[in-house]
Design a protein around this ligand. Structure first.
Ligand code: GUN
Length: 305
């Protein structure tokens, strides 16, 4: 049991922060267009009819339009060949009206994702998945500007942590999960912010013991309520990237994270809820990345992060 005297964690309100970021992006779009530059353009590409992916792509296009951007929605049938998809990407790369290209993942199995990610112009790679951008992030110096696209969820996490904790310098961050989507890039961003970073994964020994040393725990592994309350150092910040759908009472579905929220709440200093924590930051950061790409295309300096 946690000490009853300990205060409850402060909830990190990702929904509110994302709303503010969206407003800042909308204002940035208006400012850019006022200089005579064209509207920032975001192309989304979805291959196949996965229902969750359809929802994500629709919400990205809708938000882009709300923020004053031009949105180009490409839906391709599941049987699309890799060559056909690469041909579309080449067209989008060459189109000056498009500043950002987002190919929704996962792709059907007959398409090699690495070929597709490599085909996107690195300047339009608003997901930050192109090997050039992955390499830039992997070799960035402490505090150096992010003048290239950075993966959206990790960028959102670093914004939330900077906002909640102010300085991250010298803090020990334990990242659970080593995916290209979240674990690795978030570790690089925390290193850039002068954290001491430990990346852990399914073969890590004594994960609870490592977590107990952490000032920041970021968990992104897709296992419901995996991180327990007694793994957390009192006062630590816990960032929960998991979105796991479970069947709750009366057959209703409910979203839970990778961290045991009720156990961690009395121990941690800061905690992201699920939903309403990291989730809303991803699409807001996609809009941010698209604006940044449009600013670069117009020869303007990017907004610093
Ligand atoms: N599928 C799940 N998350 C993402 C993401 O951040 N970007 C893309 N392109 N596809 C995804």
């Amino acid at each position: 049991m946690a000490d009853a005297k300990l205060p409850h964690a402060k909830l990190i309100d990702g929904k509110a922060f994302a709303l503010g970021l969206r407003q800042r992006v909308g204002a940035g779009v208006a400012e850019l267009v006022a200089t005579g530059a064209p509207k920032p353009g975001l192309a989304t590409v979805l291959v196949g009819a996965d229902p969750a992916s359809q929802v994500y792509v629709r919400s990205k296009g809708k938000l882009a339009a709300e923020l004053g951007m031009a949105s180009f929605d490409h839906r391709l049938p599941a049987e699309t060949t890799e060559a056909e998809l690469l041909a579309l990407i080449a067209t989008l790369n060459a189109d000056p009206a498009i500043n950002g290209i987002l190919v929704q993942l996962p792709l059907p199995r007959h398409i090699d994702t690495s070929h597709v990610l490599l085909a996107v112009d690195p300047a339009k790679d608003v997901d930050g998945f192109h090997p050039i951008n992955v390499g830039r992030l992997g070799s960035i110096a402490a505090g150096a500007p992010l003048d290239f696209p950075v993966p959206c969820t990790p960028l959102g996490i670093s914004m939330l942590l900077q906002d909640a904790l102010k300085s991250l310098s010298g803090l020990h961050a334990v990242v659970i999960g080593r995916s290209n989507l979240v674990g690795r890039p978030v570790a690089q961003l925390l290193l850039r912010a002068d954290c001491t970073v430990t990346i852990t994964h399914s073969r890590t020994r004594d994960l609870p013991g490592l977590c107990r040393q952490a000032d920041i725990v970021v968990v992104a592994i897709g296992k419901r309520e995996f991180v327990r309350g007694d793994w957390i150092k009192p006062g630590a910040a816990v960032i929960d990237v998991g979105i796991n759908r479970i069947v709750a009472a009366e057959g209703k579905t409910k979203l839970v994270g990778d961290a045991a929220f009720a156990e961690i709440l009395p121990v941690a200093g800061h905690l992201t809820p699920v939903p309403g924590g990291v989730g809303p930051m991803t699409v807001a950061c996609l809009m941010f990345n698209t604006l940044q790409a449009a600013r670069r295309a117009a020869g303007l300096k990017v907004v610093s992060v």
